[in-house]
Ligand binder design. Sequence first.
Ligand code: T5A
Length: 222
Amino acid sequence: MAPARRGLLLVVEGPEGAGKSTQVKRLSAWLGGRGQRHLELREPGGTPLGERIREILLDDPTREISAPAEAALFIASRAELVERIVRPALERGTVVTLDRFFLSTYAYQVHGRGLPEDEVRAANMLATGRLTPDLTILLRLSSEEGMKRADRRGIRDRMESVGDGFHRRVEQAFQRFATVEWQHAHPECGPIVAVDAGGSEDDVERSSREVLAGRWPDIFAG
Ligand code: T5A
């Protein structure tokens, strides 16, 4: 008998306020409407431990956490999510949509905070057991525009409160991740496709679904 089809791991990434949560919700709604087995998750979070880590990392803008401890906390949340939720879901054939994954650690902790890439990369591989996304949609928006969108919602969280220079480095890192050269040198990240996030929510959803339909027409076309 042929093995059951493994699910898909679809990641949505990008700078603050790029519209990741909005698009993950829209994708989930689309999948639900098609009767597709799916699961919507976010990082950090998604497990009891991950949600506690999320509170520690984000809730208090005045909390000081060293850069290595910050990286270790994001990675611990990821290890728990992958082991307990993502892998079992993929084995059941579920389409998992994930709002941020380890590209965020590369962007924020390596390029933003300046931690050594090789060490963060090794710790991350330990956490994911080398699980590679089937596709990452990278929403492309300037950090200024993204922060304006995020600010309309109210007070900044701990990561949003770090200075503009930090967020510009994060934005530049995400731009680099979309290049063929960078992806070739980082095969653990799987394919990354940039989508312009400057248009309306409908426009971004349409572009994202076009990318997905090009790869998995049985699920996303129509
Ligand atoms: N982090 C995370 C790390 O440093 N390292 C890591 O390893 C990981 C995993 C997580 C924080 O942790 C950092 C990154 C983050 O700083 P979070 O709240 O989960 O924090 O994540 P954010 O990505 O920052 O969440 P945001 O909600 O700020 O951004 P989103 O999800 O990109 O944006 P969204 O969809 O919530 O939209 C923001 C606003 O814009 C509007 C929405 O209605 C909303 O009001 N909007 C649009 N407006 C106009 N046009 C569009 N196309 C729009 N799309 C959405």
